[in-house]
Design a protein. Structure first.
Length: 213
């Protein structure tokens, strides 16, 4: 996991903007792609962090426990059509953390529960959640429905932070923004350099398939 440069990872902060998910499994990576897009467009004031939490689960405990407010990007089973966005707050956050549609959500549920038990739960939590279309596509990119929702998700997050009283500034055009994760996994390179299904079958490595006569 990486954060915006210049921050001590566990230094107390006012707000943490966090994207979670696994970019290797199509729409499960929406949270990571959304926080990347947010960081590329907006700059936050001091005592804030923007981070790609990936699938770190319990390793995020200290980071989450050190913040006053928490804004998350993730996918969720909203019982809606793919690409539908919803802002979850209050009891809806507990429903999201308890409803697992992918392995990384198990970790987030445990992190939030343990932070609360330790008395370090964020005072305010909001989740910008999306209904995924495809999760079982190894090496896959976001589906068109989720890709099209990225801009709206970023703006939803910006509005939440503004409502919470944080000054969200648009980055100057042409400003160089350091990546939140490994540069080789940035959205553009990851998607444009994705091998074809013939080269990299989505169901597994053909070298290890059983050979039936």
């Amino acid at each position: 996991m990486q954060t915006v440069p210049g921050f001590d990872l566990f230094e107390p902060t006012d707000v943490l903007v966090l994207g979670v998910g696994n970019i290797l499994w199509a729409d499960e990576g929406f949270g990571v792609r959304a926080v990347e897009a947010f960081n590329a467009r907006y700059k936050l004031p001091e005592r804030t962090k923007v981070a790609d939490g990936g699938t770190l689960g319990m390793y995020l405990l200290e980071l989450i426990g050190a913040t006053k407010d928490l804004l998350l990007f993730d996918c969720a089973d909203l019982q809606e059509k793919p690409g539908t966005l919803k802002l979850l707050t209050g009891d809806e956050v507990k429903f999201w953390s308890a409803t697992k549609i992918s392995p990384h959500q198990t970790g987030m549920n445990e992190v939030l529960a343990l932070a609360e038990l330790q008395g370090h739960a964020p005072e305010r939590i909001a989740v910008v959640a999306i209904q995924p279309e495809i999760l079982q596509d190894y090496g896959g990119s976001l589906t068109p429905a989720c890709e099209a929702a990225l801009d709206q998700a970023v703006e939803m997050a910006k509005n939440v932070l503004t409502d919470w009283g944080y000054a969200v500034a648009v980055r100057p055009e042409g400003e160089k923004v350091s990546p939140l994760g490994d540069a080789s996994l940035n959205k553009r390179d990851y998607e444009t350099q994705r091998p074809s299904e013939e080269e990299a079958p989505r169901e597994g490595d053909v070298r290890f398939f059983p050979k039936f006569q």
